[in-house]
Design a binder for this molecule. Sequence first.
Ligand code: PH2
Ligand code: MG
Ligand code: MG
Length: 162
Amino acid sequence: MEQAMIGFGGNRGNSDRICREGLARLEGYSRIHILKVSSLYRTEPVGVVEQDWFINGVVECETSFEPRELLDVLHRIEDELGRVREIRWGPRTLDLDILAYGRRVISMPDISIPHPRLHERRFVLVPLAEISPDWVHPILNKSASELLAGLSAEPGQTVRQV
Ligand code: PH2
Ligand code: MG
Ligand code: MG
């Protein structure tokens, strides 16, 4: 069993409900056990700004799936909940990302772990630091709370607990 951090988010349809349904489906796999779920946050869109605010959160789980198998499961759940693969960083019904998988570092065209932008995204670091402030980034060797504290207070990354 390995410990994985998974980020979830969406901004199309009833995102609150869709995110919860996504987590229920994740928990439905016998090889995945959710250990902690963050609060839900309403977050300002990053990247493409002309779109609705997102609902975001993070779960910590334990799984016997290998990273690529886990990624397939996440894509399957995204598809089941109606995700159309659209523009990068654009609106989506449900996005499930592997943020970290143990302390493994994987860099391949189709899978990058830890998530290459997690350390600069407030919508990831706030929920991550809520459930696991002492989690340590395997490359940067900084904890979630240190990474969050290190983010500059630039505008455009507002994150509010729902
Ligand atoms: N996901 C993106 C791009 N921008 N912004 C917010 N607030 N939340 C997201 O989950 C998000 C985003 C691409 O995955
Ligand atoms: Mg994704
Ligand atoms: Mg994403």
